[in-house]
Design a protein around this ligand. Structure first.
Ligand code: 9WN
Length: 421
């Protein structure tokens, strides 16, 4: 069987009929950006199935436009914390299917654009474009930090869970009252590859706080965790570009989305740190700074840097052997934390390992800047990694060893896309 056949077999295996689970047992519900990545992989091989994936995710859309990070389509599965944690039925405007109350980086409009380019379907587009527009409007209404113009996240689960850039913000979260933590993940994956129990207690304390407010804090100042996350903002900028193209395809006005994308790029550009040659994130209750995580490089995906800044980001960070790039001791890149950072942990989740979706974002980023040789090298090494270690959730950068879930949908799905590039 070819790599493409193997990848497709993973998606078939994880398919519940209505949605593709991120992985069979570790993640048995529908997750937002996972499904968007699935759509990207299926766009060329099974567009009809890809359309169903989009429709299933949009069943979780709230009346105010939010498309939550998890949708709990009824099915008998063992996963904690499950729908009871969120209790979405109590919230005004929640859909009939149970969902979480948080969001994920909004990849869906980009996925629908890939699908539309591969297999246009006007009726489908007319159905989903207004929903995507409502979702994007939700961001600007509910999550704008007025001073910077960037979107705020209220939980690490809205971006990269236990990335070291959130450590200080999370350390401030009181965990009183969250004594027992029910979690199924560590019965399936080695505990040292996952967030710690203390981190989980903080995640749950934050969910409890948000749930009491219907997941709508009155302001970022009030929220215990409020963070200007560069990946989410960069992904939204690209999604707005893609939405504008889709709107043009259905004869709708793409003006709002185009302006929003430009405004986000301007806001992202102002976080550039000339000394570091990278972008700065901001914890709204703490410091701002370059975090030594791959987040600092994400504006490249959205086309924010000029040629000179882009070259610095790539040469001094993305591909630099002591930073995020390949080196003789650690040939597998892109690491999620710089290898020169004291926080780098080769096996732990978002604290160092290589993730296929991160590589996919940077292949696109390099292509966007015309750095085609660099893009091809990263693409080829990413495909070599899955060829050697399977469609794992993440990988050890020194050995390429598979970590986390071993049959992970977005790794399979984005492999299908990378094979086409
Ligand atoms: C919590 C499903 C999801 C991804 C996230 C990833 C992880 C869950 C977890 O798995 O999050 O939502 O258990 O940590 O961080 O990006 O969508 O694959």
């Amino acid at each position: 069987m070819s790599l493409a056949d193997d990848a497709l077999a993973v998606l078939r295996e994880n398919d519940t009929g209505a949605f593709v689970k991120p992985s069979q047992r570790l993640y048995p519900w529908q997750w937002n950006w996972d499904s968007a990545f699935v759509v990207i992989g299926l766009a060329r091989v099974d567009p009809e199935r890809a359309r169903l994936e989009v429709r299933s995710l949009l069943k979780g859309q709230w009346a105010d436009g939010m498309v939550p990070h998890m949708v709990f389509h009824p099915q008998p599965v063992d996963y904690q914390p499950g729908p009871e944690l969120w209790d979405s039925a109590r919230c005004e405007g929640a859909p009939s299917v149970a969902t979480s109350g948080l969001i994920a980086p909004p990849v869906l409009a980009t996925a629908v654009r890939v699908l539309h380019d591969a297999a246009p379907d006007d009726d489908f587009l007319a159905e989903v474009v207004p929903k995507l527009d409502a979702w994007h409007r939700w961001f600007h209404r509910e999550r704008t930090h007025p001073e910077s113009g960037l979107m705020v996240i209220f939980h690490g689960w809205e971006s990269a869970d236990n990335a070291p850039r959130f450590d200080r913000a999370l350390a401030r979260i009181e965990v009183d009252g969250v004594e027992r933590v029910e979690r199924t993940d560590t019965s399936q994956v080695a505990a040292d590859e996952r967030p710690t129990d203390l981190e989980y207690r903080r995640y749950l304390a934050l969910v409890h706080w948000l749930r009491e407010r219907g997941y709508r804090p009155s302001s970022p100042a009030e929220a215990p965790f409020a963070y200007l996350d560069l990946p989410l903002n960069s992904i939204l900028a690209v999604a707005e570009d893609d939405l504008a193209v889709l709107q043009a395809a259905v004869g709708a006005d793409g003006g709002r989305a185009r302006t929003a994308a430009e405004d986000l790029r301007t806001a992202l550009a102002s976080t550039w740190d000339e000394n570091a040659g990278a972008y700065r994130e901001r914890d709204l209750h703490g410091d701002e700074g370059v975090t030594d995580t791959v987040a600092d490089l994400f504006p490249l995906y959205a086309g924010v840097p000029g040629e000179r800044e882009a070259r610095r980001l790539v040469d001094e960070h993305l591909l630099h052997p002591s930073r995020f790039g390949p080196s003789p001791e650690a040939p597998w890149s892109v690491t999620t934390v710089a290898k020169s950072s004291p926080a780098f942990a080769a096996r732990n989740y978002w604290r160092g390992p290589v993730w296929i979706n991160v590589n996919w974002f940077f292949v696109r980023a390099l292509e966007r800047y015309g750095m085609l040789a660099e893009a091809a090298t990263l693409r080829d090494s990413t495909l070599a990694l899955v060829e050697r270690s399977g469609f794992s959730e993440y990988y050890e950068p020194m050995t390429g060893e598979p970590l986390g879930s071993r049959v992970f949908s977005w790794s399979a799905s984005l492999t299908l896309d990378l094979l086409h590039r």
